[in-house]
Design a protein around this ligand. Sequence first.
Ligand code: G
Ligand code: G
Ligand code: MN
Ligand code: NA
Length: 252
Amino acid sequence: VQLEEELRGAWERGELSLHYQPIYRLADRRLMGAEALCRWQHPRLGVVPPSVFIEVAEQSGLIESLGRHVLVQACQDAAAWSQPGMEPPFVSVNISPRQLRTGDLPDVVASALAATGVLPKQLHLELTETAVLGDEVQASALLSRLRATGVKVWLDDFGTGFSGLSHLRRVPVDGVKIDRSFVADVLRDPDDLALTSAIIAMAHSLGITVVAEGIEAEGQYEVLRERGCDQGQGFWLGRPMPASEMQRRFRE
Ligand code: G
Ligand code: G
Ligand code: MN
Ligand code: NA
């Protein structure tokens, strides 16, 4: 309850901000977009990790207003990344299960797009596998509604749920993000390499894009590129950084 009270109004007080982690195309290491990651700098407690406060926001319902602020801010930042004559970069925003369940997500997304003028295809929504697992039929309808507005839907932490590959045929998504636990062992563990390759092949046969997360070494980058993985992110490619730094990277 304590942390919940501290979190209430934290966005308005300027304690919360978005960092961005760059996402590259593996074939030519072109910067394609970035994932928005929320940071909380509390005046007394210091940095509170998102693994802690997102959970608090979920439990308390504060995630609904926090999620709205995050969407608008991310779209605003992404609008500034575009440059004439270039494919506009995308921004990828994490959506927690509760935001998905409240039902007005398509409206929240539409108003963030309208308020910032960012193109719908520049916005990617990252949903966890477990969030869409509960009620496949209802989730599919919602994802279809979202995708009809032109935004892209991604499955985050892919491979950690039990639904796995068969799920992909029934849930309409544009992309999957291979969980970093697989990427971590892709050079050491033949099973993880086989599974990763299978995810890539299956996704591609369904016309779905694949992003690898948690690329921490050049060897991992190379093996994923060889296997045809489309995009990647990770400490080796770039750590999460403040918006101003991200903006500079898009300029270069
Ligand atoms: O940034 P970091 O790797 O510490 O993020 C930890 C977790 O917090 C990740 O699972 C990430 O998806 C989640 N997270 C970060 N920012 C947001 C956000 O704005 N909204 C939601 N729902 N989750 C977020
Ligand atoms: O669950 P989600 O994929 O949204 O989590 C994003 C989190 O992953 C962020 O907290 C980010 O800091 C972290 N992250 C990003 N790249 C790497 C990496 O290369 N290694 C590790 N261990 N974590 C990473
Ligand atoms: Mn994510
Ligand atoms: Na993830």
